[in-house]
Every structure is written in C-alpha cells, then in structure tokens.
Design a protein around this ligand. Structure first.
Ligand code: SF4
Length: 905
C-alpha cells in the first residue's frame, strides 16, 4: 500500500561525479528527485539528467518477469525464477564440464553496485574457475587504470573535488566536462567566477561547451596528445620550469624521458598537433608558472590505441613539476560511469582481482583464494571486452552472462558483435530494461532492479564511497543484481562442488560488503574500517579508510611517497604513436564520438523520457561548414557514412566547432532509435596493447550523399513505449529511420524515415494500424498514383496522431499545430487538398530545440532575447533559462558570443 510521501537519500545512477539525490516516494512509486544538500559531491546540485531521474524508467520498458527461449529462432516465453536459474545453472555446469571453465564468460557493468561486482567476481573466479569476467569499464577507464599503476604504483586518483576548485591552473584534456560531468563543471565555473585568476586550458579537437570556460583552447589533431604532452615537457625543461628537487628525490626514469622529449621541439609538436607554436608555448607557460596545477581527463585520452601512453605522458607533467599530493594539484581522471571505480576496486576487469590485485600475480591469487576458502584461482589470462566477444563469435565462448550493459550498442564494430551474440549457444541477459539492443539476443532474460530499487555502495571519481539506499521495491518480479547472482551461484555450486559449504551464503548486500572490505585491508584502497553504519552516520567517505580510522583520506601522496617498490613515482618514456586509422583517399575524414548533454550511454533509461530528447532529437553528423561546401552538402541532407567496418545513414549538420577533415557523431545511438546498428557500426575494435581499451574516438570514414525521395513522418501520442516496440520492426526495410520521443506534457513518439521507393501498401497499412490511424476520427487524403498520403487523427479538437507518407513538407507545421493543442479549420482544409506544403502565410511553426530543459526555454526564445540585447543575467531574469541545473549555461554563453544583437537593441 502506498504511504505518505517519504524521502530516501541515495545517489544518481549516471556519471562518475556520484551526486547525492533525495528520492521522494510513497513507498511504492518514485515521485520526484532533488539534489542532496548534504552530499559532498554536489551539495544539492543536479544536472539535467539527474534532475529528471524520476521521469525515466517507464514501466512499459521494464523487464518484469524471467523469460526463457527454448530454442534459437523461437520466441522467449515467461517462466519463474526457480526454473530460470536452474536452467541457467544446468547449461553453465554442462558447458563447463564439457568445454572447460574458460568456455563461459561474464560481461558486466560500471553501473553495478560494489556488492553486485563482488558477487560476480567470486562466482567467476572462485566457483567457475575462469578469469573471463570483464566489464564495460574496459571501454571507459582501463587506460586510466594502467596510467595510474605504471606511473604512480596504484590505481588511485590522488585528488578530490575541492582540489579542482582550489587549483590555479586546470588542464582539461579529452573531456567535454560540461556535458559528461556537468555538476563538477558547475563547481569549476563557480570557482573560476570567484577566483578569476584561475587559468583553464581545454585540449580537445572540437570546440565543445567546456571551451566556454577556457582561457586557452588547443584544438589538437585527434590522437596527438602524447606529442603535445612531450612538447610541453620539452618547454618546461628548456625554460627551467621543472621541479628538479622533486624529480631527484621522488621519481625515477627521468633521464630516459628527458632524452626522448628532447626531440619534441615546439615546431615539430606544433605540426604534429596542428596548433600554433605560440599557443603551445602559452600552455607550457601557464602550467610552468602556476602555483598549483591539476589535470582532468576522460575518454579523449582513454579510448585510444595509445591510451596508456597518453595517461602516463600527462602524469609525467605532474611529476616533472612536482604538482601532485598538494592542494589544487595532481592528475585526476574523470570516471565515466557511476561505479567504474567500484569495479576496479573489486577486480571487475579480467586482469584484476579484488583489492587492486592482479590476476597474473601468483601471490595475489593465493591471498584471495585463501580468503575465499578455495584451493586456487585460475591463472589463465582472462579475456578483455573486445577479445571476449571475438571468442564468442569464433565459438570458443559457449555460454555468456551479460549484466546491466548493452554490448549490442556500446562495443565497436557492431556487425561483428551482433554476429557473435546471434551465434552464441546460450546468452543470459540480466537487465532492468527489456528494450535494449542486447535483450534481443537473450536466451534467458532476467529482470533486474534499477535505480531507487537497490541497496549497496558506489565509489565516485574522487574515491568517495556512498551508501546507495533503496526507496521503492522493484516492479513485478525484478530482483536486485546481487540477489540474482548469488542465487544462481548457489544453484551452480550444487552442480559443480556438491556437498561443500556454500561460498555464497549472503542474505543481504551488507553481508557482501562486510566480506569484501577485509580483502582490501592494508592495500592502497583499504576500506576495512568502513561500514554501512559509518556511511549512514558520517556520510560518504573517501578511501583509504583503514580499520580504526575516524575519517577518510581526501588527498593521496602528500608525503611524496608512492605505492611502488621503492616509494618513487615512475616517469614513462614512450614516443608518440599516431591513431591507428589515418585519413587517406578512401576514408578522408576522422570520426570522433562523444556524449550529448541530456542522454546517457545507449539511452536505455534516458531514452524513456521525452523531455531528454528535446535538446538533441536525432542523430546528426557534425561537419565544418567548409567541409559541407566542399562536398556539396547542405545541413539536413542524408549521407551514408562508411567506415572499414560498416555504414550508417544520418543527416549532416554544419558545425564550426568541428575542424575540417573531422566529423562528430554522438555515441548514444544504437539500433533501437536509429535504423542501422548505430554509431558503433563505424568505430574500430583496435585496442591499446596494455589497457586493451578500444580506439572508439578515431575511425576513418567517408561520406556519400544519398537520395531517398520517398519520405515519411509520423507523430503519435499515448502508449509510447508499446507503440515504439510495435513500430520499430516495421522500419527495418527503410534506408533511414529515426525514432524519438517528443513533448513535455503529452509525450509522443516521433518518426522520420526515408527510402528510395514507397514501401509495400501492406507495410504502410500496418504502420497506420499501429499509429491508430486506420479507423476512428481520422482525416485522410491518399493519392496512390503518387504514393503520397496524409492522415491526422483529431480527438476532442486536438491532434493525437499524424502520418505523412511520400512527401513531408508540412511536418514542422503539423508538429506546431500538435504542440499548440488545437486543430483549426485551416488544418482541415489542408488535409482535404492534394497539396502537401503547409498553407501559405500560416503563423504556426513547431517549437525547435529546447535549450533549457528544466524551465522549458527554446533555442529560438534565447536567440530572440539575445537579439534584443539581453546578456546572461538578463536572459536568466527574463526567461529563467539556466537558473536551475545550469547545464544549458555554457551553450547560452556560446550563443551570446556568436548571435547578432539588433542594432537598436
Ligand atoms: Fe548524475 Fe549529473 Fe551528478 Fe552525473 S553530474 S552524477 S549525471 S546529477
């Protein structure tokens, strides 16, 4: 029974900033969300994604019951938990007996809680006896892991969020922090406003919203980061800005690096990086003369075949200047996912073991085996994400367990990933949303609890552990991930080691945490002094927090000692290596990928909220206006993007934030919202030799303009998720189809599609049927000779569904009428006339992009305000835009810098 409104403190489930949230609920349903003023990550702030958490997770998109497929090609049917998990245990046990433990694999997620991770690790390594357990963090942070370990001795980001605010010089590399870590960016914005002398340098091939805060933007050529860092070090040494005392007392390997960077003179680096010598020297001067220097980075460094080298070359700058272990100083990776850090801590990459141990280290293996009470742990090297799916494709992996991640959208080279999943004899998917691309391949679908429904812990980017609290029960039969994993493990151990005491006698997530934390004792991340009670009484804490400690550790390496064998940090001397795919005559553009402001990963959650599409409703390929001109393209033209691995059709848009010779496509689109296999059908699986992280940021591509004269447009209100599922397969034969949501008060499904010739009448009839346009109060005009038609459903004087086929010139006009909420006589006249263009002199136009999502302020309204002479404060006062979460402020500032102001304003 729902009770009165209550508040439960928890955390946001999106990015690694790890904001605290207050969930308002009635014991059964989540009603609202606010930032937690007590949480030290965000002090009450949330970004556009966090602030709309309660609007996401539509129950119509949730997996509710276990479903089992009894044979390839058959549909899955509902089953119960006992049958589902017994079946899974039998298949896994049989596979392990017949083909050995390395014939099965687990692919898990940076979204899981620490307790979930720990259960999976014990299951794979102690019970199954395989190191084939990898996580989607491999695509995200594994180069940072290698960077920290090689240079500093442990995978431990040394800084905290206050260091960002207190620094005198912040270098942001390969991170559109304004979109990807917005609340932390807000903190940086405020710090810069209070301490304007703080210098901010942004290194990014694109001029992103993050650059709005920059004193210096270096738009380096993609992949040239190592050359840049070596060039900066060259200047720092030449100018005498290095800290010789620190280098001699606390580091080793300097001489080798010094002789390497000798060759990286400013002229050479300027050419390699595509930036001016002046800007390079200015960057070095800012770093070299800053009392404190801090660097932030993310996927731009990590997702590269030289990701490990990039991380170490950046850390070299901190070691050379002694800028580490002090207030406002140090290398600080921005973690992508909410608990990627927890994954690294619990050993959730195939080469790791719990407590920052190594699977390849015999001593580490024995320590963990002894703690778990098993004879030994597997010594065979585990497969990393790309290798793992290749092993699935080649038939070596015969049973695959995927939890809380969507590899059929997120891995590179999607054609091969889909082939692998289709060929795998047994695929288990443990997932909250049945709508993900990967669920299509599940032989067994296990419904998992989601945000607000689970308890456990997470660690954010600054090593801070928070208690994630459950607000409401999971819907229907969905269960928390730790419970699914341990229940399966208990069934499997009865088959693999009958009669022995269970390794999985956990009855709550706290029991998992209590067992796990002792495995970290006396390791660099020591959590042995932490407990749920301490987190509840003292709030989120930063590790290390050893037994007996009264508080966490805000900053590491203040004593200049590093967790290496001799206590010294290590300079790494590796030359610059260019990205794997260089531009050539066949593939003349470099494709960069990245995030949108209001979407998260493959949109399994954010894609269920119409409001979150209003900033960027469709997948667009951004190209510099000169590049468009050169290719005789206009914004809105459809192009086929080809890489060496696959192709995709999307519209292009002019964007002078992207340099000529480059292109940019957001990473969120997969096969669900866009026809084709999404952005990652183009990206490449080549990976860094040490971190095994793939080069998702650089793919050689070529474009061909496509002429698809037959256009389709539809908009329909009501039963959005259900209609989405029914309609999506009907667009499989269209060359281009983009399905999205729209509308704040009345969410609607919006479809744009195109093909060379009209589809079969039966397909159109089926689409009309699903849109609710076959009967009832529907106005229709059809011209079968021209394969053109228009249909509008009007209920209570309001449009509730629209479909244009063949010709869609009136689509924005019709959408505007739908948004206005009334259907006038002009519309009726237009409907019954053969013309397809909107009536002349019509005042109705569709509302365009929403720039401020919280206060629903459109791009047009803000541009009109700027034209009238309003500055940022004026816009905030008049339109209220940017006054809530602030995620739109960088874009407003950009418009202020570029939009014309009326002469008499
Ligand atoms: Fe969530 Fe936004 Fe905070 Fe990231 S910055 S944790 S997405 S509210």
């Amino acid at each position: 029974m729902p009770t009165q409104s209550q508040i439960t403190a928890s955390t946001c489930c999106y990015c690694g900033v790890g904001c605290g949230v207050l969930i308002e609920h009635d014991g059964e349903h989540i009603l609202g969300v606010q930032g937690d003023p007590q949480h030290p990550a965000n002090f009450g702030k949330l970004c556009s994604k966090g602030a709309t958490l309660h609007l996401t997770g539509d129950l119509d998109a949730r997996a509710m019951h276990p479903e089992l497929r009894l044979g390839k090609g058959l549909a899955r049917s509902r089953t119960d938990w006992d049958s589902a998990l017994d079946h899974a245990a039998n298949v896994f046990a049989e596979t392990i007996r017949e083909h050995g433990p390395d014939s099965v694999a687990f692919y898990i997620s940076g979204q899981l809680l620490t307790e979930d991770y720990y259960a999976f690790n014990k299951l794979a390594r102690a019970l199954v006896g395989t190191n084939n357990i990898d996580s989607n963090s491999r695509l995200c942070m594994s180069s940072a892991v290698v960077g920290y370990k090689r240079s500093l001795g442990a995978d431990a980001p040394p800084c905290n969020y206050e260091d960002i605010e207190q620094s005198d010089c912040v270098l942001i590399v390969g991170s559109n922090m304004a979109f990807a870590h917005p609340v932390l960016f807000r903190r940086l914005e405020e710090a810069k406003a209070q301490r304007p002398h703080m210098q901010i340098i942004v290194v990014d091939p694109r001029r992103t919203d993050t650059c709005e805060l920059a004193d210096l933007h270096l738009a380096i050529l993609p992949g040239s980061d190592v050359a840049l860092f070596h060039g900066l070090l060259h200047i720092l040494l030449w100018e005498g800005w290095a800290d010789r005392r620190f280098i001699e007392a606390h580091t080793e390997g300097f001489e080798a690096l010094k002789s390497l960077v000798h060759a990286y003179n400013p002229q050479m680096v300027s050419e390699l990086c595509g930036i001016s010598v002046d800007s390079l020297q200015r960057c070095a001067r800012l770093i070299g003369n800053a009392p404190s220097f801090l660097s932030l980075w993310c996927m731009g460094l990590n997702q590269s075949t030289a990701g490990s080298a990039k991380n170490s070359a950046l850390i070299n700058l901190h070691l050379a200047t002694g800028q580490i272990g002090k207030v406002g100083s140090g290398p600080f990776s921005l973690t992508g996912q909410p608990n990627a850090m927890g994954g690294r801590e619990t050993g959730s990459l195939s080469n790791l073991l719990p407590g920052h141990r190594e699977a390849a280290n015999a001593e580490h293996r024995q320590e963990v085996a002894d703690y778990w009470g098993v004879d030994s742990l597997p010594h065979t090297t585990g497969l990393t994400a790309i290798e793992l799916f290749e092993a699935v494709r080649s038939g070596h992996i015969k049973a695959l367990w995927i939890a809380c991640t969507n590899p059929a959208q997120s891995l590179p080279d999607q054609n091969k990933v889909h082939e692998a999943l289709a060929a795998c004899p047994f695929v288990v998917v443990q997932e909250a949303f049945f709508t993900t691309e990967t669920c299509h391949y599940a032989d067994l679908l296990l419904p998992a609890a989601s945000w607000g429904e689970k308890e456990g812990t997470v660690t954010n980017s600054e090593r801070r552990v928070s208690h994630v609290r459950r607000a409401v029960p999971a819907p229907a039969e969905a269960r928390p991930d730790w419970a699914i994993t341990t229940d399966f493990a208990r069934r499997l151990e009865q088959l693999l080691r009958p009669g022995l005491p269970s390794l999985f006698a956990f009855d709550c997530p706290q029991a998992l945490f209590e067992e796990y934390k002792h495995l970290t004792a006396q390791r660099d991340l020591d959590l042995s002094g932490l407990s749920y009670a301490i987190l509840d009484n003292q709030g989120p804490q930063q590790w290390p927090f050893p037994a007996g400690a009264t508080g966490g550790t805000p900053r590491l390496y203040g004593d200049d000692r590093f967790p290496t064998a001799n206590g010294r940090a290590q300079f790494i001397a590796e030359p610059f290596r260019a990205a794997q795919e260089k531009r050539d005559t066949r593939y003349s553009l470099t494709l960069n990928t990245g995030r949108l402001r209001d979407q998260w990963h493959g949109m399994s959650r954010t894609g269920s909220a119409a409001r979150l599409f209003s900033h960027a409703p469709e997948a667009l390929l951004s190209l510099h206006p000169d590049e468009l001109r050169r290719r005789r393209l206009n914004s809105g033209d459809l192009v086929k993007i080809r890489s060496r691995r696959g192709s995709l059709i999307v519209p292009v848009q002019a964007d002078d934030a992207v340099r000529s010779g480059q292109a940019y496509l957001p990473m969120h689109w997969g096969n669900r919202f866009l026809k084709g296999l999404g952005t990652n059908v183009l990206t490449q699986p080549a990976f860094d030799p040490l971190s095994k992280q793939p080069e998702l940021k650089h793919a050689g591509i070529e474009l061909d303009k496509v002429e698809l004269p037959w256009h389709f447009f539809a908009l329909v209100e009501g039963q959005v998720q259900t209609r989405f599922e029914a309609l999506r397969p009907l667009f499989e034969d269209f060359a281009y189809a983009n399905l999205t949501l729209t509308g704040r008060e009345r969410p609607a499904l919006l479809i744009r599609a195109a093909c060379a010739i009209a589809p079969a009448p039966e397909v159109l009839a089926q689409i009309d049927q699903t849109l609710g346009l076959s009967d009832g109060p529907v106005l229709a005009y059809d011209d079968p000779r021209k394969a053109v038609g228009k249909r509008v459903r009007i209920e209570d004087g309001r449009i509730t569904a629209i479909r244009l086929a063949g010709e869609t010139a009136a689509r924005d006009w019709l959408k505007g009428i739908w948004e206005s909420g009334s259907a006038d006589t002009e519309l009726r006249r237009w409907l019954l006339a053969p013309r397809s263009t909107p009536p002349e002199n019509s005042a109705t136009t569709a509302v365009g992009r929403t720039l401020c999502n919280c206060l629903n302020v459109s791009h047009e309204a803000i541009c009109a305000g700027i034209a009238q002479g309003l500055d940022l404060n004026g816009l905030k006062q008049t339109l209220k835009c940017g006054t809530n979460c602030g995620s739109c402020v960088p874009e407003i500032k950009r418009l202020l810098a570029t939009q014309p102001v009326a002469v008499n304003a």
